[in-house]
Design a protein around this ligand. Structure first.
Ligand code: NAD
Length: 300
């Protein structure tokens, strides 16, 4: 069951009135999954949506203290609890919920608690995913558990969150928008990344069919494909690739960057900015689209 991080009687963190920017998302309520990591894309999205005016619910997994990176420990970072405080500092209402997207009761509780505390849901960002190299192996050698777990988090989790939040949007009758985070691995097959690729391709397929299905409810559904972006997840992938190849991490990083026309990895703020655009009124006629945010790596 999710754990609500409450501050005060209302069970929701209130920022100083009027201290945030008057943004294009004023009055909107957003739910962002997988937002517990300090350097993650999810946190950057949550903060950007809040800066643009939305009240934001950040969800994330409970973490074993031994898995928390040193830089988060040194900062005193407490996952979604700290994120809720940051949102509050931007003058918006922030709520942090510990929830696993593979657990239907957690997903239902996210929707229930969001509506109970913030009133409704306008925006869902499906960001949660396993690391791209979790169980990297040829399909011929892959253990079934790796395949099934990856599908359960990256694809079934997105299905559960979309269904639960989509129903709340439909029942309210005020429309909404859903933004799914895929990957360049959803655009092109990568050897030994079968489970990750299959789920990320699936995310794009779901985006397209949902856009048609939910249009009558005025719910837009779009997708972004980040290219290599500096986060703990990407650093971990680079680290493990270097170990496996027996070469320094810098060699792997240089090889990645050498393929990117823009000549560097992406920044989380750059991923968040595109999500904020897709969530906002300037994207009112965009649905079913998948946008690469990758420094020019791919054109499809
Ligand atoms: P990240 O690890 O910080 O973010 C993923 C989050 O999902 C983590 O907070 C993790 O705890 C959470 N998560 C995992 N399993 C979960 C579950 N069962 N329930 C709820 N949450 C769960 O990594 P990131 O790099 O910030 O990635 C964010 C998104 O961007 C992911 O969808 C990822 O596939 C995508 N992406 C990232 C890159 C990159 O280079 N960083 C590239 C392409 C795509």
């Amino acid at each position: 069951m999710p754990e609500l991080l409450r501050n005060g009687k209302q069970g929701v963190m209130m920022g100083k009135l009027g201290s945030g920017p008057d943004g294009v998302l004023d009055g909107k309520v957003a739910v962002v999954t997988g937002a517990a990591r300090y350097r993650g894309i999810g946190r950057a999205i949550a903060l950007r949506l809040a800066a643009d005016g939305a009240d934001v619910v950040g969800t994330g997994l409970a973490r074993d203290p031994s898995e928390i990176p040193a830089h988060e420990r040194e900062r005193g970072w407490r996952g979604v609890a700290s994120l809720a405080e940051e949102i509050s500092a931007l003058g918006r209402r922030g709520l942090g919920i510990i929830a696993d997207v593979t657990d239907q009761s957690d997903v239902d509780a996210v929707v229930r608690e969001t509506i109970d505390t913030l009133g409704h849901i306008d925006i869902l960002v499906n960001n949660a995913a396993l690391p791209s190299d979790a169980g990297v192996a040829s399909i011929l050698d892959m253990d079934d558990e790796t395949w099934l777990t990856t599908v359960d988090v990256n694809l079934n989790g997105l299905y559960r969150m979309t269904k639960a939040c989509g129903r709340a949007m439909r029942d309210r009758g005020e429309g909404g928008c859903i933004i799914n985070i895929s990957s360049m691995a959803g655009r092109v097959g990568l050897a030994n990344y079968g489970a990750y690729c299959a789920t990320k391709f699936g995310v794009i397929g779901l985006t397209q069919q949902l856009a048609i299905e939910l249009a009558p409810h005025r719910i837009r559904v779009n997708c972004t494909c980040p290219g290599s972006t500096t986060t703990d997840m990407m650093d971990g992938t680079i680290h493990r690739s270097a170990e496996a190849a027996g070469i320094p991490e810098d060699g792997i990083r240089k090889a990645i960057v050498s393929q990117i026309p823009w000549g560097r990895q992406g920044r989380v703020e750059e991923q968040a900015a595109v999500v904020a655009f897709l969530a906002g009124p300037d994207a009112s006629y965009i649905t079913g689209q998948t946008l690469n945010v990758d420094g020019g790596l791919r054109f499809d």
